[in-house]
Design a protein around this ligand. Structure first.
Ligand code: SF4
Length: 278
C-alpha cells in the first residue's frame, strides 16, 4: 500500500503528468522498474490512480512473466477494459536462462505468452523486447528459435536494445559473467543479423531510442516503442493523432507515459544480473 508521505509525492507527480498530457492521453506503464508479475505494489497504485482520477486511456504492461501478470492483474485490467482502457504489453524474452535471469520462467513460458496474447485479443498488442543484447553472450541460435516461435504466434513487431555494462552496479551484479562479454564484436554486424533474421520471419525489429547514439554510427533505424501506429493497430478504438499531447518522452519519439512502479525493489524482482534498477 502507499504510505501517507509517499502518497502525497505520488499524487503530486501524477497531477503533473496529467497536465502534461492535457488530462486525457493517460498512458500508464506497469511498470518499468519492477515486473508487475512479482509484487502487488504496482497493482495497488494502478487501482489508486483509477479511483482518484478515473481509468487511464492505455495501460502498458512490462513483464518477463506474462502468466503471473495475468494471475495478479487480469481482473483489474478487465474492469478497466469494460470502460474503454486499451491494454498493450511489452514482453521481454532474451533466452539467457537462469544464469542471467534467475527468477524468469525457464524454459521460455510459451503457454504464459499464449495466455497473454489471448487476453490482449490480438498479437498486434504485444511488442517483443529482445533486450538487452549482450555481445558474446546473446546467442543467435537461441535468438532464431525465439523469432520462429514469436512469428508462429503472429507477432510482427519487436525491439532490441543494448545494456549499460559500464555501470559499477551492473559489473558487480554480473560478477564473473562480466568477463564473458566480448567487447570486440562488431555491433554493426550483430544489429544487421538481428534485423535480417526478424525480416526473414516477418518480424520488424527496431533498435530502441535509447540506442540513438548507437543508431547513428550503425546506420540502423532508431525509434521509440510507443508509436502511434502501434496503438492504432493494437486497438480499433484508439483516437486520432490529435489526441496525443504533442510532447514526447525525453530522448525519444514515444508518447509520455507515467511509470506506476518505484525504485528499491530489485530484491523482489527477477534478479537479472544485467539489471541497473536499484
Ligand atoms: S530484475 Fe531488473 S531487469 Fe530483471 S525484470 Fe526486474 S527490473 Fe527488469
Amino acid at each position: 500500500m502507499i504510505n501517507y508521505r509517499n502518497k502525497n509525492k505520488f499524487l503530486h507527480s501524477y497531477k503533473q503528468y496529467l497536465q502534461l498530457v492535457n488530462n486525457k492521453a493517460t498512458f500508464i506503464d506497469i511498470a518499468r522498474c519492477i515486473d508487475p508479475a512479482c509484487v502487488e505494489q504496482p497493482w495497488n497504485r494502478l487501482k489508486f490512480i483509477a479511483d482518484e482520477f478515473g481509468i487511464p486511456r492505455v495501460v502498458q504492461i512490462w513483464t518477463k512473466n506474462p502468466g503471473d501478470v495475468l494471475r495478479r492483474g487480469q481482473h483489474l485490467l478487465n474492469e478497466f477494459r469494460k470502460d474503454g482502457t486499451i491494454v498493450i504489453c511489452q514482453l521481454t524474452v532474451t533466452g539467457f536462462g537462469p544464469e542471467f535471469e534467475p527468477r524468469v520462467p525457464w524454459p521460455v513460458d510459451w503457454q504464459g505468452i499464449d495466455m497473454m496474447i489471448d487476453f490482449l485479443g490480438t498479437p498486434r498488442a504485444l511488442l517483443w523486447r529482445y533486450d538487452p543484447v549482450i555481445p558474446g553472450i546473446s546467442d543467435l541460435g537461441m535468438f532464431e528459435y525465439l523469432v520462429r516461435n514469436f512469428a508462429q504466434r503472429g507477432i510482427t513487431r519487436a525491439v532490441y536494445n543494448r545494456g549499460e555494462y559500464g555501470l559499477e552496479l551492473v559489473r558487480k551484479r554480473m560478477g564473473h559473467l562480466y568477463h564473458r562479454i566480448d567487447f570486440t564484436l562488431d555491433k554493426n554486424i550483430l544489429s544487421h543479423e538481428i534485423e535480417q533474421t526478424g525480416r526473414d520471419h516477418g518480424i520488424e525489429f527496431l533498435v530502441l531510442a535509447e540506442g540513438e547514439q548507437l543508431a547513428k554510427p550503425l546506420n540502423v533505424s532508431s525509434r521509440g516503442c510507443w508509436q502511434y501506429e502501434w496503438l492504432v493497430q493494437a486497438s480499433d478504438s484508439f483516437p486520432s493523432r490529435d489526441f496525443l499531447p504533442g510532447v514526447f518522452r525525453p530522448g525519444c519519439i514515444c508518447a509520455p507515459s507515467f511509470d506506476i512502479g518505484h525504485d528499491g525493489q530489485y530484491e523482489h524482482c527477477h534478479g537479472c544480473v544485467y539489471c541497473f534498477a536499484v
